[in-house]
Ligand binder design. Structure first.
Ligand SMILES: [Zn+2]
Length: 163
């Protein structure tokens, strides 16, 4: 009931202004990234541009004004590090749900949650219950069941014939 109270309070206005708050889609834990999920905000351009300006000034004797072209490699490096940082912090620490991985591959996201809980169960010394009740073996059983019935029904009919 606690997270329902939190959910009733709208956070729409503070999503982009105060560190991108959201709820974990799997366990409903309130989450906060502390940074915008996508690079390309005005402050990022200002930061990278000031770095490029600094580079231009210290290499003025070699490149003169052409040193400002360093904005491009600086931006590439910035974007790689920024996206890696968002990627690392977006996964839920409580349930192991990774929204980015979910967008890429649902099955991998599911197995990531499963391995997260396996580690947690091992830490507590409890055998993981999912080893018998996971979705994949259940699907295999349901698929195999009609085949077994078909195999069993074939000898039964033979017996009926012989009798
Ligand atoms: Zn979660």
């Amino acid at each position: 009931m606690d997270h329902l109270k939190i959910a009733a309070k709208s956070i729409w206005k503070e999503r982009y202004t105060k560190g991108f708050a959201f709820f974990c889609p799997l366990c409903a834990t309130p989450r906060r990234l502390g940074m915008h999920p996508k690079p390309g905000q005005p402050i990022h351009y200002a930061q990278v541009f000031s770095a490029a300006m600094f580079f231009t000034l210290i290499t003025w004797s070699f490149f003169e004004w052409k040193g400002i072209v360093s904005f491009v490699p600086f931006w590439i490096a910035f974007e790689i590090f920024y996206r890696a940082k968002v990627r690392a912090s977006v996964a839920c620490k409580k349930c192991g749900f990774d929204p980015v991985l979910y967008l890429v591959d649902v099955d991998r996201a599911r197995s990531a949650v499963e391995s997260h809980w396996k580690v947690k169960f091992e830490e507590k010394g409890i055998p993981y219950p999912g080893s018998t009740g996971t979705r994949a073996p259940a699907l295999e059983e349901s698929e195999a069941a009609p085949r077994k019935k078909a195999v069993k029904s074939a000898p039964a009919s033979d017996e009926e014939i012989t009798q």
